[in-house]
Design a protein around this ligand. Structure first.
Ligand SMILES: Cc1cc2nc3c(=O)[nH]c(=O)nc-3n(C[C@H](O)[C@H](O)[C@H](O)COP(=O)(O)OP(=O)(O)OC[C@H]3O[C@@H](n4cnc5c(N)ncnc54)[C@H](O)[C@@H]3O)c2cc1C
Length: 407
């Protein structure tokens, strides 16, 4: 939401506290913001997190739930486009991401399933790239399978020309994952502290500060400005929301596609892209893996209670899928259904349709950048934040601490 000049000038709406209320204020309560909160916690840095709606209400609670190694692009193509060392680093980052999530208790979640992600090729061009990818991944020490048959609906009805499987991958209900991370951050990971902390909702709590039993995750708090502090306090940045002002040494903005709405400097660096999905019931049809096809144009997997989940087909209306509007559209939904018919046949019932907003970066790579003094942005996951965000957020916090936050 925008904020008028008059609302900005209305000092009765903001409560400022002297001093510094947090070493780091995190804006955005998705996987990235929560990953940053956990990184701060582990580093012994006081933090506060402000989320405009609810934890997991952005892309982190709307995605397909694939925890994949790498990106939708195959490894050979990524090596060609970004260089082999960068591609290898990206693949390693995603392995580290899932390992970190496992260290937080991922495998104990009721929705967790170890399912290989399988990349499928339906053209000779992509099939060759998958064969090259398998060879190059093995050369670089990655575990990889090359399945050539299967018994589920995919292999029976729409067998690919080639496939490449990442055996260590998994699927999960993303809301369950986000909730687990929030719970962990709230409880605190530092020995003997933070017990009793809870998520605050509309608590009007400017100046709650960090500490034992204090709320540090604040929902329903939309940040509309981040300004430098000009007085002599040890705070360097002021984070302004409708009903409060928080002061911090540094701010980490983890607002995904919404980054440029808060920080003009991100206008050429992050761009909003809608992704759409649906869940369907098709009697007698099943999927054994999490699949990606046509360079990530389609993705589909088994869901809860026998449902199958399909998403993608953004390119059916590429221009129309740029922007922030949270809606499904007939053209993309029909394109997803058209693809689903190839896998499960013509008879199915759609039980849910939804959309989410992704933050694309120009390179397709995630970024950690200090956009103005003491104000950092972490994001640009380009459709792969489940697989990258928590680990990237840890790297962001390390970089910020390396440049002096909290010390
Ligand atoms: C349909 C779809 C399917 C996807 N499937 C997958 C997948 O299977 N695997 C995968 O790896 N990735 C997938 N992704 C991408 C992944 O979901 C995202 O990359 C990831 O969730 C980004 O996490 P985030 O924390 O950066 O952003 P978000 O989860 O979007 O969090 C940003 C938060 O910032 C808050 N915010 C914004 N502005 C403000 C403000 N001014 N003040 C306070 N708070 C603010 C928002 O409310 C939001 O909660 C998918 C995305 C979509 C949309």
């Amino acid at each position: 939401m925008t904020v008028s000049l008059w609302q900005r000038m209305d000092s009765s709406r903001g409560v400022t506290q002297a001093g510094t209320e947090a070493d780091i204020v995190i804006v955005g309560g998705g996987l990235c913001g929560l990953g940053a909160a956990l990184a701060c916690e582990e580093a012994g840095v006081d933090w506060q997190l402000l989320e405009q709606t609810r934890i997991g209400w952005g892309a982190s609670g709307r995605n397909a739930g694939f925890l994949i190694r790498g990106a939708a692009e195959n490894f050979a193509r990524a090596c060609r486009d970004m260089g082999r060392d960068s591609a290898k680093s990206l693949w390693k980052l995603t392995e580290a991401n899932i390992a970190r999530l496992e260290s937080y208790g991922l495998t104990e979640l009721s929705s967790f399933e170890r399912r290989p992600s399988v990349v499928l090729a339906y053209t000779e061009e992509e099939a060759k790239e998958l064969r090259d990818s398998a060879r190059m991944l093995r050369e670089d020490g990655f575990d990889v399978d090359v399945p050539s048959s299967g018994t589920d609906s995919l292999w029976r009805k729409y067998p690919p020309l080639a496939a490449l499987a990442n055996p260590g991958d998994a699927v999960v209900n993303p809301i369950e994952l986000v909730s687990m991370l929030a719970e962990r951050a709230r409880a605190g990971t530092r020995a003997g502290n933070r017990t009793g902390a809870r998520v605050g909702t509309g608590d009007g709590g400017a100046g709650t500060g960090a500490g034992v039993g204090k709320e540090r995750i604040h929902e329903g708090v939309e940040v509309h400005a981040i300004d430098p502090v000009t007085d002599s306090s040890d705070a360097r940045v002021e984070v302004r929301a409708r009903d409060r002002i928080l002061r911090a040494r540094k701010v980490l903005v983890c607002t995904n596609a919404w980054g440029p709405l808060l920080l003009d400097e991100l206008r050429d660096r992050v761009s909003p892209r809608r992704g759409q999905m649906l869940a369907l019931r098709a009697d007698g049809e099943s999927l054994d893996a999490a699949y990606y096809s046509n360079f990530g144009s389609e993705y589909f997997r088994p869901g809860p209670d026998g449902l199958l989940v399909f998403g993608g087909r953004r390119l059916a209306d590429e221009a129309g899928e740029v922007g922030y509007e949270d809606k499904t559209t007939p053209v993309v939904q029909e394109a997803i259904e058209e693809f689903a018919r190839r896998i499960v046949g013509p008879s199915f019932e759609v039980v849910a349709r939804w959309a989410g907003t992704m933050g694309f970066s120009p390179t397709g790579l995630p970024m950690t950048v200090e956009v103005r003094p003491n104000v950092w942005f972490c994001g640009g996951f380009t459709g792969h934040g489940m697989s990258m965000a928590v680990e990237t957020a840890h790297q962001a916090v390390s970089s910020m601490l390396g440049s002096g936050a909290g010390h």
